[in-house]
Design a protein around this ligand. Structure first.
Ligand code: GLV
Ligand code: MN
Ligand code: MN
Ligand code: MN
Length: 421
């Protein structure tokens, strides 16, 4: 006969333990060997995570609905007919992404709503609004472009039909992917305000010893799909003077983007540039590339700084066409304007952080979030918790349990105040 030692009560409390247990369960979906997750939008792993979240929400009395592009809404109807205060983020991930990016915010929103429900049951002030927790479809934009796709449709920035017809590199459309995981519907929501909490994905909070970041403004970002056209040739037999090497032109563009980041950043506003995707055709030994497809993104928190960097990128493209003897075609472009978050909302969040004794500061973001879209529709508050060493889009992404829990405490406090009107 075996006996088990009695479980010692947790020092953190049952709400905290419940959050951490749910976080660990959620992290098993699409889990990778390196400790991260692979839950690209509309894949079976994304579908399993969505179903798990549906079960969690329904278990706490939420009703779960989907809209026409697969945004998932967990609804807590407290005041029949009233508009909703929504919290949200995304459960999809990059390939070999981390467990926290997006998923933390969705779960934190659910737990904040559950705690508010408990406070109401214990006689707390009646809210003026209903509560929703939203898992936005395809925030990451790795399988289907652009990023922040579901929230873009919800806020009227992209037509649903265009999004549903968008295909991944294998030709599967968003509509087919959503149908295959069974998360497509016709729901729509009357929204009054939006709150999002997310890991910082940078290291400014950790460096400053802060627990909470109040995000004061979001990026401006210009993301471009370029195709560099050259001419396929023999790498040995074709003399240099006769070549139109697409890979040479594409490489020059990658280097130019980096030089623009170095040259156009100001003391106040960084310019961040990247090439995150690069495909060479035919990518074969002894063949000069005929074509390269690449994505270049240029970001800054300041519109003028971004515009200057962008103009330089286009000047450099013309110069590269000349020097590498290639043609560079600009395909789809996705553009977001830098903009501030709601000032009154930031002041309210600061007040909540003070009342909970949480060290906070203001931050800017150069990573995209669904709140980037939502802030153009309704008053929006964006909060960050620290990322260890700023690592993100990496299986090693980490936020401490204590910081995750502090974020849930703050979101709960903020939700209670916003919902009380
Ligand atoms: C998306 O998250 C981005 O930062 O582009
Ligand atoms: Mn994210
Ligand atoms: Mn991400
Ligand atoms: Mn993002």
């Amino acid at each position: 006969m075996t006996t088990t030692a009695p479980q010692s009560p947790s020092l953190r409390g049952s709400d905290a333990d419940a959050f951490l247990a749910d976080f660990r369960s959620m992290s098993t979906f699409g889990a990778t060997a390196g400790g991260g997750v692979d839950r690209q939008a509309g894949t079976p792993a994304d579908g399993q995570t969505r179903n798990w979240f549906r079960g969690l929400a329904e278990g706490h009395g939420f009703e779960v609905r989907y809209d026409e592009v697969g945004n998932q809404f967990a609804l807590l109807e407290l005041v029949p007919g009233a508009p909703y205060i929504a919290m949200g983020s995304h459960l999809d991930s990059q390939p070999l992404g981390g467990r926290y990016d997006g998923a933390y915010g969705v779960l934190a929103g659910a737990h904040a709503a559950i705690r508010l429900q408990q406070q109401l049951a214990a006689g707390g002030d009646e809210p003026l609004f209903n509560i929703a927790v939203i898992n936005w479809f395809n925030e990451e934009g790795c399988r289907f472009k652009p990023s922040m796709m579901g929230s873009a449709v919800f806020t009227g920035k992209l037509p649903a039909e265009q999004v549903l017809a968008t295909t991944d590199p294998r030709g599967t459309s968003v509509r087919e992917a959503l149908e295959s995981i069974g998360t497509i519907g016709d729901f729509s929501l009357d929204l009054a305000a939006y709150l999002e909490i997310h890991i910082e994905q940078g290291r400014s909070l950790e460096d400053a010893g802060l627990t909470i970041g109040l995000v004061e403004s979001t990026w401006g970002a210009n993301k471009y799909e370029f195709t560099v056209h050259g001419e396929q040739a023999h790498t040995g037999a074709t003399v240099i003077a006769d070549r139109h090497d697409a890979l040479l032109g594409a490489s020059a563009l990658v280097v130019a983007a980096r030089e623009i980041a170095d040259g156009f950043s100001t003391q106040e506003h960084a310019v961040i540039t990247s090439c995150g995707e690069f495909t060479v055709y035919p990518n074969s030994p002894v063949v000069v590339a005929s074509r390269v497809q690449l994505l270049v993104d240029v970001r800054s928190t300041d519109a003028d700084v971004l515009a200057a960097a962008d103009a330089e990128l286009h000047r450099r493209i013309a110069a590269i066409e000349e020097s590498a003897s290639v043609r560079i075609e600009q395909g789809a472009q996705h553009v977001w304007a830098a903009k501030a978050y709601d000032e009154a909302g930031m002041a309210l969040a600061a007040d909540c952080a003070r009342s909970l004794g949480l060290p906070y500061g203001t931050v800017r973001t150069l990573a995209g979030h669904d709140s980037t879209n939502l802030k153009d529709l309704v008053p929006t508050i964006m909060l960050f918790v620290p990322s260890v060493e700023g690592i993100s889009h990496n299986e090693k992404e980490l936020t401490s349990d204590a910081d995750m829990l502090a974020g849930v405490d703050l979101l709960t406090e903020l939700l209670g105040r916003v919902a009380a009107g």
